[in-house]
Ligand binder design. Structure first.
Ligand SMILES: Cc1cc2nc3c(=O)[nH]c(=O)nc-3n(C[C@H](O)[C@H](O)[C@H](O)COP(=O)(O)OP(=O)(O)OC[C@H]3O[C@@H](n4cnc5c(N)ncnc54)[C@H](O)[C@@H]3O)c2cc1C
Length: 385
């Protein structure tokens, strides 16, 4: 993997020169798809790959909510690409489709029916029968019935990013880490590359901003503000502990999934008010909250294994103001594309694929039509100098 020289152009290939801002799952996935399509790609990121939300994500692969149908279809396509990846690499321990179990509030019967109406695999299972279909749970900890979605899965994004960066390197991509806060360089109302704090310019024909929760700030600098609903989130990963859980669990007090190395990963929302800024741009939480969360997980599992938190990572989760993904070119700044979404795990592969296709061909993909940045009213007036 080479390093771009300041003032130089992106990469050495014969296709278009493209620079990508942000090495989270969206930036890395798009970069790899661009390289596959023949582009010359430089990926520039503030710290290191996966240092943002992708490094601390529960990453439940699903489309179980009451999403608008186009969003549902995009999410299903997202799950489909993960299944392809798993079929090509059946032994992966960081990507699994072993189902989802849900009882996180609301009427399960209504949720189940709404899912079945869309052809989404869903069934209500009485607690006494759960052990027959889902391993590793304590039936006594379950409500009368749970909702089972056998087609759901999970991924560990840091592992996926490492996997994709292997291909990125083989295809000749250039990765620039520890670049600090990077912004989009413009000339005559067009994006022409990225500019680092130190004044280094990475020239390109096309730019992608995939800066996670940092995306609104980057676009603000271009006079193209995005509606931002990003919020705090915490992911706890346990030390290795024998357990039989394979499914993803979404319950009122904890969402939980297996994690490579006999670990478990979990998050929830009940403690968010007790997260406080620690003065250096990071956040802290009372360690008792972490102990309590881990205990909530243990109480659901067969044998109630004693779980110990190995790490807990807190930071902003990128969320567009209207909750729907923002994917595509800025109408006010030709050559500048954006990828900003709350469901970046589920969409990671498909969003990268479709955005890369648009960036390489200029043809707008119909599946991205409902997710264009211009729906955010502020983009209509976006006119970069
Ligand atoms: C606790 C938690 C649970 C989640 N659960 C799920 C789930 O179950 N299912 C699901 O689909 N999604 C889930 N998500 C959301 C998903 O993880 C994110 O949507 C996805 O990881 C975002 O990836 P990204 O590439 O957009 O951003 P990030 O991973 O944040 O990457 C952006 C990168 O850009 C860098 N950057 C930012 N600004 C700049 C700048 N100005 N200059 C240079 N670099 C910059 C950052 O340092 C970062 O490395 C969850 C997220 C969290 C935190």
């Amino acid at each position: 993997m080479g390093f771009a020289s300041p003032g130089g152009s992106a990469g050495t290939g014969t296709g278009p020169q493209i620079v990508v801002l942000g090495a989270g799952i969206l930036g890395v996935s798009t970069a790899v798809h661009l390289l596959r399509g023949g582009a010359s790609v430089t990926l520039v990121t503030e710290a290191h790959p996966g240092s943002g939300a992708s490094g601390r994500s529960l990453s439940w692969l699903n489309s179980g909510g009451t999403y608008p149908i186009e969003y549902h279809q995009l999410r299903l396509a997202g799950m489909d690409r993960y299944r392809t990846l798993l079929a090509e690499n059946p032994d992966l321990d960081w990507l699994r489709f072993d189902g989802g179990v849900y009882w996180d509030g609301g009427s399960l019967a209504d949720r189940c029916e709404a899912q079945q109406d869309r052809g989404y695999d869903a069934r209500l299972v009485p607690a006494r029968n759960v052990a027959r279909v889902v391993a590793g749970l304590d039936p006594a900890a379950l409500p009368e019935e749970v909702l089972l979605n056998p087609g759901e899965g999970w991924v560990s994004l840091p592992h996926l990013i490492r996997h994709l960066l292997g291909e990125f390197a083989r295809l000749g991509g250039t990765l620039v880490t520890a670049a600090g806060r990077v912004c989009v360089a413009t000339d005559g109302g067009t994006a022409v590359g990225l500019c680092s704090e130190a004044g280094e310019l990475y020239r390109a024909d096309v730019v992608l901003v995939a800066a996670g929760a940092g995306t609104p700030a980057v676009l603000d600098g271009l006079g193209a503000p995005l509606q931002d609903g990003s919020d705090l989130a915490m992911l706890v990963v346990t030390e290795p502990k024998a357990h039989n859980l394979k499914a993803v669990l979404n319950t009122p007090r904890v969402s939980l999934r297996p994690h490579p190395g006999s670990r478990l990963a979990m998050d929830s929302t009940w403690y968010l008010d007790s997260i406080t800024p620690n003065g250096d741009g990071g956040w802290s939480v009372d360690p008792q909250v972490v102990l309590d969360l881990v205990d909530e997980a243990s109480a659901l599992l067969a044998g109630h294994p004693r779980l110990v938190a190995q790490s807990w990572r807190i930071g902003l989760k990128p969320i567009p103001g209207d909750g729907r993904p923002v994917l595509g070119e800025l109408t006010g700044l030709p050559g500048c594309y954006v990828a900003f979404t709350h469901s970046g795990a589920t969409l990671g592969l498909i969003a990268g694929e479709l955005l890369a296709r648009e960036m390489l061909t200029g043809r707008r993909h119909p599946m991205l039509a409902p997710f264009r940045p211009e729906r955010m009213a502020s983009d209509a007036s976006a006119a970069a100098p």
